[in-house]
Ligand binder design. Structure first.
Ligand SMILES: [Zn+2]
Ligand SMILES: [Zn+2]
Length: 534
């Protein structure tokens, strides 16, 4: 009995190790892709940039060399290459090629908003009686939020001679019994506030001690003013700060803003100081800071004129899609999507953690050249052992993730295999810094957790964690919303996240290869599994 049991165990182990005989992922080849995608020449792969297009071409080229079949849109973008091959090849070969490609190209093109198109004629004027200050967009003021239109030729806002109201720090915090808007009528008016909050360095402040209150984010301040009917919100640097932290230059380099329902304009303190002095606002801030009694008030004769020519800057981008048809005709109609976004934040700007470093290339080696390189090498390894994949594998490099998961949103609207027949989605977003562990989310459907653990045991070398930010923070989210089980692989945030220092030399290439091997082995189990209904 015991011997038999032992033999049994031996057999199982043998089975596991032979199942794990997928060709290993080559860490150096993987790193080579990361070096290309995260090179300075790619300028941070901003959505809508020519460099993102080059990255897409590179990925398509890899898919093609590996032997994938194009899975992008039908005919519209059939690559010139494929056309030429079809034209030149002997007819039999051409037919095969055409049939294989099914007239699909490598790309799924779509449009996204990649910031703002700035027209001419933008102006902001603050005046009071004889005195007036003319501000200049991108130099002495810039929008934190706008309501852009579709053409920079027509004004997106035209506000004339609006009365101006001072609303302290722009806070309405019921739980702290502090309300800059109490008894204040701002409806149809312009509102001027200071940045930050009173008593911000005081540990004992009732306004959340020395930590910022949730109400003091600019988004909440905009919402607060907007809900009370304000037409435009002007934000001036809090007088307790010696430097104006406004990012006037970064707007000029990469025009972009939130859309919080109304224009919110950051105004440079230096220029408006004479008016602040005339209105005595810095002195009021000092008093508020002392006793937390709001001192909001209409600035009776003050007026604001604001003309804005800002439009959505819509640009074409492309998902890249390659397919390995399932080896079992009975199961090949069902697919597993293996995806990673290949876009990043370009030269920084609003999407950077350090917007003050706008203009520097944010290379995005971990985010997400690492995932992109991984899906390329997963495809190569799967291609080398196709019989292990009875179901079809669809490899997708998504654009538009950094702009709001837009590439995956586009994919789920037009997938080459219907979502009803898509049994699972595996997403790799930031897998370049494993150092022995990977966080895996989205395992709570069917056998996914068992399969993943078995795959981890077969491939080895990685501790599986389930403590990260969880599912739904990346492109997996759009699949989950479409009721496709979706699993995300992630090796953790770090201090280089969305900063210019996310470079290839900080990549743990062996660790990345292990994560890729794990995803591959996991995919093989899902590709074989019979019971996978959600
Ligand atoms: Zn990412
Ligand atoms: Zn990112």
């Amino acid at each position: 009995m015991r011997k038999l049991a032992c033999l049994g165990v031996g057999l199982v182990l043998l089975t596991v190790s032979s199942r794990a005989a997928l060709p290993p992922i080559d860490a150096d080849r993987l790193l080579d892709h990361i070096k290309v995608l995260a090179s300075d020449e790619m300028k941070g792969r901003a959505d809508g940039s020519p460099e993102l297009n080059r990255a897409a071409d590179y990925i398509a080229e890899q898919f093609k060399n590996i032997g994938l079949i194009p899975g992008g849109d039908v005919s519209a973008d059939l690559s010139a290459d494929a056309r030429r091959a079809t034209a030149e090849a002997p007819s039999a070969k051409a037919e095969t090629l055409a049939a294989r490609a099914g007239d699909r190209g490598w790309f799924q093109p779509f449009e996204l908003v990649a910031g703002l198109a700035v027209g001419s004629g933008n102006s902001l004027v603050l005046s009071d009686r004889g005195r007036s200050v003319n501000l200049v967009l991108g130099s002495t003021y810039y929008p934190l939020s706008t309501v852009p239109n579709e053409s920079p030729e027509t004004p997106s806002q035209q506000l004339e001679s609006l009365p101006l109201v001072f609303a302290g720090f722009g806070l309405s915090a019921a739980q702290a019994s502090y309300d800059d808007y109490a008894g204040l009528d701002v409806s149809g008016k312009a509102v001027l506030i200071f940045s930050h909050e009173p008593q911000e360095t005081d540990r004992n402040s009732p306004l959340n001690g020395n930590r910022p209150m949730p109400e003091s984010t600019l988004y909440r301040k905009a919402e607060t003013a907007h809900n009370r009917g304000a037409r435009v919100l002007l934000v001036v640097s809090d007088p307790s700060h010696t430097t104006d932290e406004g990012l006037y230059h970064s707007f000029e380099v990469m025009p972009d803003a939130d859309e919080a329902g109304m224009p919110v304009l950051r105004v440079r303190r230096n220029e408006v100081q004479p008016l602040l002095d005339a209105w005595g606002l810095d002195a009021l801030a000092v008093q508020i800071n002392r006793d937390l009694r709001p001192r909001s008030k209409p600035l009776n004769m003050a007026r604001v004129d604001y003309t804005e020519y800002l439009a959505h800057d819509r640009r074409p981008v492309r998902n890249v899609v390659g397919i390995i048809p399932g080896s079992d005709p009975a199961k090949a109609g069902e697919a597993i999507v293996i995806g990673a976004h290949y876009d990043h934040v370009g030269l920084g700007g609003r999407l950077s953690v350090t917007p003050d470093r706008t203009g520097e290339i944010h290379n995005g080696a971990d985010d997400n050249a690492s995932g992109t390189a991984s899906i390329i090498e997963i495809a190569r390894a799967a291609m080398a052992e196709r019989e292990r994949f009875p179901r079809t594998l669809i490899f997708v490099a998504f654009a538009g993730e950094e702009r709001g998961l837009l590439g995956s949103a586009h994919y789920v609207k037009a997938p080459p295999v219907s979502l009803a027949n898509t049994v699972a989605m595996l997403n790799l977003d930031m897998v370049g810094r494993a150092r022995g562990a990977v966080d895996v989310s989205g395992l709570n459907t069917g056998n996914l957790k068992t399969d993943l653990m078995a795959a981890a045991q077969a491939t080895g070398g990685l501790e599986i964690k389930q403590e990260g930010p969880g599912a739904g923070r990346s492109d997996d989210s759009n699949f989950l919303d479409a009721r496709v089980p979706a699993v995300n692989f992630f090796t953790g945030f770090h201090t280089d996240y969305h900063r210019p220092t996310d470079d290839w030399d900080k990549i743990d290439k062996e660790g990345t290869a292990r994560v890729a091997a794990l995803a591959l082995e996991f995919a093989a189990r899902i590709a074989q599994g019979s019971q996978l209904r959600r």
